[in-house]
Design a protein around this ligand. Structure first.
Ligand SMILES: Nc1ncnc2c1ncn2[C@@H]1O[C@H](COP(=O)(O)OP(=O)(O)O)[C@@H](O)[C@H]1O
Ligand SMILES: Cc1cn([C@H]2C[C@H](O)[C@@H](COP(=O)(O)OP(=O)(O)O)O2)c(=O)[nH]c1=O
Length: 205
């Protein structure tokens, strides 16, 4: 008997938008339905990917090196984690995927989007998320949330125009692929967002 393929769900948004706050909640919603769930992240998700994440988040490098490293991490993640899980019918949640490369390396750093498209078509010609949840907030809100909480990595220390461009690229992609994206107004309260997420994730079968 062939097992139905699992669903692939990605979470996106600029740093401080509130993504991490809601991933565990969505994971519980899915696992509560008795579905096997794999929760992962990018860059990272595999031992090699986590090493690449350290480099990408903390070492200064050429913007194309950065793009190549996030896709190298992704290649490993797809081969070792995402594809095997989906094939056995498990659902996969990933804290970021290729839309982040468009937003950060493309929008934020200004790397030609055609190059990112080329890498995406090379690394995962067939695989795209079934659902992408984009947490959207104005920059000032994201910045205030970040400053209140943590030690900032290389990206989080970027200036406002970097995040403005990243946010715009996320919103552009959401408009381009409306059947895949759900955009959450992340200025709402955590409870209001949860209610919305329960509807979105509950409808996915
Ligand atoms: N809807 C919200 N209202 C108020 N504070 C929030 C909301 N969502 C997240 N936060 C807070 O903002 C900070 C950053 O959230 P986090 O989920 O870590 O962001 P991200 O993963 O998108 O970078 C955390 O301290 C979190 O508690
Ligand atoms: C997946 C991916 C992430 N990134 C960046 C965006 C984030 O700033 C960073 C990962 O951080 P993030 O996932 O937000 O983790 P944390 O909440 O622990 O800070 O990597 C890229 O620049 N390109 C990519 O393709």
């Amino acid at each position: 008997m062939t097992v139905p393929r699992g669903k692939f769900i990605t979470f996106e948004g600029i740093d401080g938008a509130g993504k991490s706050t809601h991933i565990g909640y969505c994971a519980d919603l899915i696992a509560g339905r008795g579905i096997e769930l794999v929760s992962s992240r990018e860059p990272g998700g595999t031992p090699l990917g986590e090493k690449l994440r350290e480099l990408v988040l903390h070492e200064p490098m050429h913007l194309e090196t950065e793009a190549l490293l996030v896709f190298a991490s992704r290649r490993e993640h797809i081969a070792q984690v995402i594809e095997p899980a989906l094939a056995r019918g498990a659902w996969v949640i990933s804290d970021r995927f290729t839309d982040a490369s468009f937003a950060y390396q493309g929008g934020g750093r200004g790397l030609d989007l055609i190059k990112i498209d080329t890498l995406a078509n090379w690394v995962h010609p067939e695989l795209w998320p079934d659902l992408t949840i984009l947490f959207d907030v104005p920059l000032e809100v994201a910045r205030a949330r970040l400053d209140a909480t943590r030690q900032l990595d290389k990206f989080e220390q970027e200036k406002a125009d970097f995040f403005l461009a990243a946010r715009n690229e996320y919103l552009r992609r959401a408009a381009q692929y409306p059947e895949r994206f759900r955009v959450i107004d992340s200025t709402q309260t955590i409870d209001a967002i949860r209610l919305q997420l329960a509807g979105i994730v509950g409808r996915l079968t």
